[in-house]
Design a protein around this ligand. Structure first.
Ligand code: PEP
Ligand code: MN
Length: 266
């Protein structure tokens, strides 16, 4: 099916024209202290453009930590004020979207478990009508390119043109070295179909473990991806969610220093 997604010519909200954009921060905001401490360490690396933290966490199984909720939005804003960096968080429904807008979060992202559901994406799109905020859309959990495009279209049709896609890999029953298989052909085809759409990679959720984050990040840059979203925590082993894949801001700095940036577009 032919598709038109109108992408803003202004890409400066994300891309600074100085190599890949780097988004980093904890998987989950746990406490204000944890968030601010991690944010300050990230700012000190001088490599991070945008801070991230999950406030509402879509967990696979019940009775797990599901995020601190609205309170965490205030912590994110405080982290932003302290570091001078813009902040982003995940929204999964209209209520999250309204609250994130109310608290002045700079950039929103839609997670893999939400992209998969057109009703949820439409609900978010409706809450965004008439609002000018950048939105990043992660791929759905399953390798369905049309579903990913459909989510981008729904958000675009609400009037959002500052858009980006984030490749975070695809789940499968088979156990591989990846938590979510990259299946690079999907983000590459998306970029071919929408060359103006900024394409980022989330190596953390693809890798699932610290040791292959650098390898996955390099591969993403080799494919011409324009940025990385990497989960980080001041004490990754103590993280309440995704502990195995989070790295310290110091390790992030080392990983970034080891990467070679080749092209700027796929
Ligand atoms: C996250 O970024 O913490 C997250 C929940 O990601 P995904 O939607 O890729 O699983
Ligand atoms: Mn995570």
């Amino acid at each position: 099916m032919n598709s038109q997604i109108e992408i803003s010519a202004d890409r400066t909200w994300l891309l600074k024209g100085k190599g890949p954009v780097i988004i980093s921060g904890p998987c989950s905001a746990e406490t204000e202290e944890q968030l601010i401490r991690t944010a300050n360490l990230l700012a000190a690396t001088e490599k991070v453009d945008l801070l991230r933290a999950g406030i509402w966490k879509p967990r696979t199984r019940p009775n797990s930590f599901e995020g601190v909720g609205e309170e965490g939005l205030k912590w994110l804003k405080n982290a932003s004020e302290e570091t001078g960096k813009p902040v982003c968080t995940e929204v999964a429904n209209a209520k999250h979207t309204e609250l994130a807008l109310k608290h002045g979060i700079d950039v929103l992202w839609i997670g893999a478990r939400t992209t998969v559901n057109p009703f949820s994406v439409q609900e978010i799109a409706d809450a965004l009508k008439g609002v000018d905020i950048p939105v990043m859309v992660k791929n759905p959990v399953n390798p369905d390119l049309e579903l990913w495009i459909g989510a981008l279209e729904r958000i675009n049709q609400a009037g959002i043109t500052r858009l980006a896609a984030i490749h975070r890999g695809f789940s499968s029953y088979e156990k591989t070295k990846y938590r979510n298989q990259p299946k690079w052909v999907l983000p590459v085809e998306l970029k071919q179909r929408f060359p103006e759409l900024p394409m980022l990679c989330d190596p953390s959720h693809i890798a699932g473990s610290r040791d292959i984050i650098s390898q996955v990040s390099q591969k993403a840059l080799d494919f011409g991806m324009e940025g990385l979203m990497v989960e980080s925590h001041f004490a990754p082993d103590k993280a309440w969610t995704d502990a195995k894949q989070q790295i310290t801001p110091e390790v992030l700095k080392q990983v970034l220093a080891s990467l070679t940036t080749v092209k700027d577009v796929v």
